[in-house]
Design a protein around this ligand. Structure first.
Ligand code: ASP
Length: 309
């Protein structure tokens, strides 16, 4: 079976120069995953390796360079899911680690829980040997101050909510990372990681670590979603897409339908999907969702940004 991998760098609005660098980073992540898959490695190893690389790239809002909450802290969400067994692992609002996706995998493999959150997640990470790490970059610090100032100057928008803020400042959510893959053995897996939405309330957990919302994988399909987390959570976009594939839709149809289902509730989201034949789907209603793909129907790496239809 020909393996397939697709990675995304978050739905939102990128400035054009950064979008170029983001595409390079995504191409490198897809290539790393492809190398693992082509030597017979598992979809799970491939998606985790891709996400680790993107968490370590300061450009993305995940791991190092995560967006900061209202209190100026990086509280990160991440999850992984193995489509063979429906095993899942997640961390919510974790602080002080370099690669939240590795802690999420550890939750899956070394505990009988699915998710650990906040202080407990941090304590678990230390117990598992993940050293203390400060993921806050100087650039994010400046960005956070600028956004706080803009908020003080211009107000939070009509609704005064996170969604209201996002409508007024689409750049508040951008740069989440995710990967979905099919391996040579026919297994599917998904992983997603984020710092969340800038200026979110401390303690807020979005869609990213919730199985079915930000991440899902079955024997039929794997999906990773990005964008306004509360909407994705309410509609369980990743589960929706995987169910549609199981029901006979193509990965592209399932992606389109999952994003269309979010529209009446405010949208601002994107999704990537791979099915059990390695075919991919990509949909987003935001200006950008940079992504890179390698596998069925694609020779080598395709790194591109598609604008909203
Ligand atoms: N979905 C993420 C969240 O709401 C943000 C994003 O994808 O940009 O935390």
């Amino acid at each position: 079976m020909e393996p397939s991998i697709i990675v995304h760098g978050g739905a939102g609005r990128w400035d054009p120069e950064e979008a170029e660098s983001a595409l390079e980073g995504l191409g490198a992540a897809a290539e790393t995953a492809r190398a693992i898959l082509s030597r017979g490695g598992s979809a799970l190893d491939a998606v985790v390796a891709a996400v680790v690389l993107l968490e370590d790239d300061v450009l993305f809002n995940a791991g190092t360079g995560s967006a900061l909450n209202l209190a100026g802290e990086a509280e990160m969400d991440a999850s992984v899911m193995d489509g063979r067994t429906l095993a899942a692992g997640a961390v919510g609002a974790i602080k002080g680690v370099r690669n939240p996706v590795l802690v999420a995998r550890r939750v899956m493999e070394s505990t009988d829980h699915v998710m650990l959150a906040g202080e407990g997640a941090g304590r678990f990470a230390r117990a598992m040997g993940f050293p203390p790490y400060d993921p806050v970059t100087p650039r994010r610090r400046v960005d956070h101050l600028e956004k706080l100032e803009a908020l003080a100057r211009e107000g939070p928008g009509e609704q005064g909510t996170l969604r209201g803020l996002l409508e007024k400042y689409p750049g508040l959510a951008c740069g989440t990372v995710g990967a979905v893959a099919l391996d040579q053995h026919g297994a599917l897996a998904a992983a997603t990681s984020t710092g969340g939405i800038t200026l979110k309330l401390p303690g807020r957990v979005g869609d990213t670590p919730i199985p079915g919302a930000g991440t899902y994988a079955t024997s039929a399909a794997a999906a990773s979603a990005t964008g306004h987390g509360e909407t994705i959570l309410r509609l369980l976009a990743s589960r929706h897409a995987c169910d549609r594939v199981a029901g006979g839709a193509t990965a592209q149809q399932a992606s389109d339908e999952a994003i269309a289902a979010l529209a009446p509730h405010g949208g601002h989201a994107g999704i990537i999907v791979v099915d059990a034949a390695g075919r991919i789907g990509v949909a987003h209603d935001t200006d950008f969702m940079p992504h890179a793909h390698c596998g069925v129907g694609g020779a080598g790496i395709t790194a591109r940004t598609r604008t909203a239809r």
